[in-house]
Design a protein around this ligand. Structure first.
Ligand SMILES: [Cu+2]
Length: 531
């Protein structure tokens, strides 16, 4: 009898241990959502266009969960075309990832698909259609996951979902891009000419670029009608003076990078892509497509202060006013000086004309597709950082429209926070300071020059205030180099390291993209071995 009791006791303890070891078990809750995707006419600032809505609106609803919950989301397709929803950044089983033809068959017109998966993380994420160009048409929304044990860092918590909006059919946008014309550049005033280069004193850079047979540089390829925050070019968030507000900023745009700034003071970044980071204060920083940042801002005692997301090409912006009363706008961001060549110091490889030059390995190896060279790093005595740096540089040079910073070397976002000698020079040369709200504001609309036939009206040289990306602290790169994880993330040192080279390249005229000299459509899987 005693013996039996003891066994029972051990059995129960084992059960208890097992149950507490599985996160979520014991307090798991199934959270249900229904999303209906439909084709609908959408009016933004008085302009109506064909859109795709989630539960009747753009963006779709914010899906809220708590870590440990089970998500059960029914997606109804009320459109005439197949669709899908992908949960960006969520750790889900492969068949719930929502990538059509890869993880599941697309959701056919009239059909319903039920996603069900455990919520194994917390933070700010988003979801979007993974079919054709539906994301550009409006099929996206935000995901907020509370941590298991709560978070008391802010008095209130708001999502700011940024996006870009064109009244043009996205397929016609893609056709224009593939045609390689200057249509959008003329439309938004980023076209270039030899005369314009002379006006801004960059004739040298102009000729170098022409010699490289490179098309005129641009920051963004599409001219948008509007940039949106939570579906509107301008919106309000209720906030009280003295409050600390957590803004969950999501870049749900199709192609636009944004400079973010809050007129009420610096933003403290506390999380990036859903993961908590060591907090850093930033006055202005760049958010790339599909990224999320959580920031804390302090609301000043009186007034409405603008949170502004300016498209990187400075063709327009979205505004969110925090608080009420007198309005304090965020400052304008200077237009990009597209005539200025990006520094070529450590980017020499990309200017070479052979694969050998661009990829740093013999041509015959590249031709035969032997990119994967285990142990190459050791042979060349390259450090991990150098490798990363070079990769980042070649990405930024071969695709100027999607610029990634080379960590450390070009990163200048911090300069804006602490006044530097360079900023004094800037003042002397007549540039404004970043913290001075200017009286004249950029128009919110992206397109504005297409109907203006004045000589050079659409040329970069006719813009008043120009600044080069990464070289002028008023146009900083993304803050990656400054972000630090809360826990160590480096590789275990006793594991063998295998380097796989991926060279991203593109033909900007034809708008086709390459991985290791092969068109994206021809690229194969990358095989890796366990361990
Ligand atoms: Cu995504």
């Amino acid at each position: 009898m005693i013996r039996k009791l003891k066994i029972q006791h051990i059995w129960l303890s084992a059960m208890f241990l097992l149950v507490s070891a599985i996160p979520g078990v014991g307090w798991t809750e199934t959270v249900n959502y229904e999303l209906t995707i439909a084709q609908k006419k959408v009016t933004i600032s008085g302009t109506t266009a064909e859109g795709m809505t989630l539960n009747g609106s753009i963006p779709g609803p914010t899906l809220r969960f708590k870590e440990g919950d089970t998500a059960r989301i029914q997606v109804h397709n009320r459109m005439s075309v197949a669709t899908s929803i992908h949960w960006h950044g969520l750790l889900v089983p492969p068949n719930m990832d929502g990538v059509p033809y890869v993880s599941f068959p697309p959701i056919q017109p009239g059909a319903t698909f039920t996603y069900e998966f455990p919520i194994r993380q917390s933070g700010t994420y988003w979801y979007h259609s993974h079919s054709n160009l539906q994301e550009q048409s409006g099929v996206y929304g935000s995901i907020v996951i509370e941590p298991q044990h709560g978070d008391r860092r802010a008095d209130s918590d708001h999502v700011i979902l940024l996006s870009d909006w064109t009244t043009e059919d996205p397929h016609s946008v893609l056709r224009s891009l593939k045609r390689g014309s200057e249509w959008y550049a003329l439309d938004k005033g980023s076209s270039q000419s030899i005369l314009g280069a002379a006006i801004v004193g960059k004739l040298g850079d102009y000729f170098v670029r022409e010699l490289q047979r490179m098309p005129a540089m641009d920051i963004a390829d599409v001219a948008y009608d509007y940039f949106l925050a939570n579906g509107q070019p301008e919106t309000n968030i209720k906030a009280t003076g003295g409050e600390t507000v957590r803004l969950r900023i999501i870049n749900g745009s199709a192609t636009t990078y944004f400079h973010l700034e809050y007129a009420g003071g610096p933003m403290k970044i506390i999380a990036a892509d859903g993961l908590d980071v060591q907090p850093i204060a930033q006055q202005r920083f760049l958010i790339s497509v599909a990224e999320t940042y959580d920031v804390l801002v302090k609301i000043p005692q009186n007034g409405a202060y603008e949170f502004r997301a300016t498209a990187q090409d400075a063709s327009g912006y979205a505004s969110v006013w925090l608080g009420g009363g007198q309005r304090y706008p965020a400052p304008d961001i200077p237009q990009p000086n597209l005539y200025q060549n990006v520094s070529r110091g450590n980017q020499a490889p990309i200017w070479a004309l052979t694969p050998n030059g661009t990829m740093g390995m013999p041509d015959d190896k590249i031709v035969s597709g032997k990119f994967d060279q285990p142990g190459m790093m050791g042979m060349q005595g390259m450090s991990m950082t150098q490798g990363l740096d070079d990769t980042a540089s070649s990405v930024s040079m071969s695709m100027p429209s999607k610029k990634e910073p080379a960590p450390d070397r070009h990163e200048m976002a911090g300069a804006i926070m602490n006044k530097t000698p360079e900023m004094d020079t800037m003042k002397k040369t007549g540039h404004g300071t970043p913290d001075m709200p200017s009286a004249q504001h950029q128009k919110r609309k992206g397109k504005k020059y297409a109907k203006d036939f004045r000589f050079l009206a659409a040329d970069v040289s006719s813009r008043k205030d120009l600044a080069a990306d990464g070289m002028d602290p008023r146009r900083p790169w993304a803050p990656y180099a400054k972000l630090r994880a809360l826990e160590p993330t480096s590789f275990e040192t006793d594991k063998p390291i295998r380097e796989i080279r991926l060279t991203l390249d593109g033909d900007m005229e034809r708008y086709v993209w390459f991985l290791n000299n092969k068109a994206l459509s021809e690229s194969d899987v990358i095989r890796i071995r366990a361990g």
